[in-house]
Design a protein. Sequence first.
Length: 267
Amino acid sequence: MGALNVTPDSFSDGGKYFSVDAAVRHGLQMAEEGADFIDVGGESTKPGSDPLPLEEELRRVIPVVASLAKQVDIPLSVDTYKAAVADAALQAGASMVNDISGLSADSSMADIIARRQASVVVMHMKGTPKTMQQNPEYTDVVIEVCGFLERKARQAGVAGIQQVMVDPGIGFGKTLEHNITLIKRLHEFTKLGFPLVVGPSKKSFIGTILNLSVSERLEGTAAAVAACIFNGANIVRVHDVKEMSRVARMSDALKPDHFLSAVPQFG
């Protein structure tokens, strides 16, 4: 899954794809480089970020989704926790909603996704982007995050959503130790029975371990992506599609056999 940030303050690219034209060009490039999905987001959700007004998010996202929908054959996802944005993006050609709040921020989100017959990625986040890194605490991060994802996936099913994916939310309300633990014990999330999405790309835990800036985290991301795939991830959300698609293909070829026979199906 290629992460396409249509924002002026993205942590990963600093606003490189903020204009509609630049974003569409990059989305087309991602498709050419091997992306299986493109995830379009208009609001920065890096730690400490403020919420974006609805109208501005619509202005940023919808033209990009509408343009890409006419030019690529792969599924488009919209990265939003606002139901109105999700609804507009699904009408414009997206087929998936990636909700960082796990259907918690907007009470009408699940119904809209179900009505549009779209898929959903339910992610775990402790707090909000503004507050999530202010001393997050867990008794057992894997058990608590698993429990949240199971409840929210069940909620999605009750609402009528046919395809649900889960994401433990690397970097969203987690310390360095929490992120490492989640990746090491990622196989425990496969027991939920839903396709597993993980987004380690360029995250701060990589920078902390390697003492590197965002622009220098390619190799660290590659190692994290491989570890996630080995431990059961079905979809990895990345910024560097060409390089990480190669990592993913190689990791799939080397993946232990017990994961090959127990992969949830998604389309």
